[in-house]
Design a protein around this ligand. Structure first.
Ligand SMILES: Nc1nc2c(ncn2[C@@H]2O[C@H](COP(=O)(O)OP(=O)(O)OP(=O)(O)O)[C@@H](O)[C@H]2O)c(=O)[nH]1
Length: 343
């Protein structure tokens, strides 16, 4: 019998990874959101269930302060297995974010969507206005804002899609028009209206591993981080959960090249001469995981200590110029390491 498989205990630090993905439409979107704030009654802030710590964007707390906030952890179906541990984690998150309310959702689950609608209705009736209430939905890129908007509209008033959705970040680039999600009483102007916004990334991510987590969840375009690096990071997490998750392609391994070559052979991702296309195989593997086919698990560990240590948003968010400078330094480090490799 061979030696038992031992998964990697840590993922190697990659100093040359980009730490920023703050684009022009993120900045202009945020500016527009700020200008709309006075007409907004409630903010729905979406965060990815699998990365409840890493997908917190302090810009939303600092720039959109002063409005009541409901935090919705999206894509719950991809991180939760409905275990006791999941319930305990959800309780910790609720306590951590108090007094903000917290809900968890899979946008295809009517009950989850109804809970969000009920919260919005209770909030609107407490406002007691004659003009209805206006909600702003915000969050990191690709977290599921437009999908949630469509689901709220479908469950709330039985109408079809109002916003485009997609598997890559940046499908929504501008603030849209208001979309009705709850009817008001007949003849009145009441009702609940929701405004979709473009995803906004954190200006600068100090922690390289958080960047990998966000990229794996799809918040960063797949061209920003080499797909094989991202697939290696996925392999590291799959092995921490169960090395059987990829048993259709390979026996338990810590070697990403070997796994990608096996995937390429099995799925026919081959270049001229039958050479395995490892990059295409990496993208395919990542997409499989994003669709829930290679295990449903968390990337952030949520413990009381981790939540205590989560930094104050004011300290965490550097100024834009600091972020730009830090990104330039990272780019310089990357090109230095590339020229060393080429030499
Ligand atoms: N499994 C699962 N997938 C989801 C859920 N919500 C959204 N998605 C998927 O996540 C991807 C991104 O969804 P979008 O609604 O386009 O995300 P967004 O936040 O509007 O994206 P931006 O345009 O970048 O702002 C799509 O492929 C959706 O199908 C969910 O609750 N569960």
């Amino acid at each position: 019998m061979g030696a038992p498989f031992i998964p990697r205990a840590v993922f190697p630090t990659l100093d040359s990874l980009p730490r920023s993905y703050f684009l022009g439409h993120h900045r202009s979107g945020l500016t527009k959101m700020k200008s709309l704030l006075s007409s907004i009654d409630l903010i729905i802030e979406c965060r990815d269930y699998r990365v409840p710590l890493s997908s917190r964007n302090p810009l939303f707390e600092s720039s959109l302060a002063g409005r009541e906030r409901l935090v919705v952890y999206t894509k719950r179906d991809l991180g939760s297995q409905e275990t006791r541990a999941d319930a305990q984690r959800e309780l910790l998150l609720r306590k951590w974010l108090a007094p903000s309310s917290v809900l968890f959702s899979d946008h295809r689950d009517r009950q989850d969507v109804k809970r969000i609608l009920n919260h919005a209705k209770a909030h609107a009736s407490a406002l007691n206005t004659l003009t209805g209430s206006r909600l702003l939905i915000v969050g990191m890129p690709n977290v599921g804002k437009s999908s949630l908007l469509n689901a709220l509209r479908q469950v709330g008033i039985g109408k079809g899609k109002a916003a485009h959705t997609g598997a890559q970040p940046g499908v929504t680039r501008k603030i849209g028009t208001t979309v009705k999600i709850v009817e008001g009483s007949e003849g009145s102007g009441e009702g609940i209206y929701l405004l979709d916004t473009p995803g906004v990334f954190v200006p600068y991510i100090p922690d390289a591993e958080a960047m990998l987590k966000l990229a794996l969840c799809g918040s960063v375009k797949d061209t920003i981080i080499p797909p094989t690096t991202l697939a290696d990071y996925l392999l590291y997490h799959m092995n921490r959960n169960s090395s059987n998750l990829y048993s259709a392609y390979h026996s338990p391994t810590n070697d990403i090249t070997s796994l990608l070559e096996a995937v390429a052979q099995k799925t026919g991702r081959l270049q001229k001469g039958g050479i395995p296309d490892t990059e295409a195989s990496a993208l395919w593997l990542i997409q499989r995981w994003r669709n829930g086919h290679l295990g449903r698990f968390m990337l952030d560990e949520v413990t009381e200590e981790a939540l205590r240590n989560a930094q104050d948003p004011k300290e965490f968010a550097p100024s834009f110029s600091q972020a730009k400078r830090a990104d330039k330094d990272a780019k310089r480090a990357r090109s230095r390491s590339m020229s060393v490799t080429a030499a």
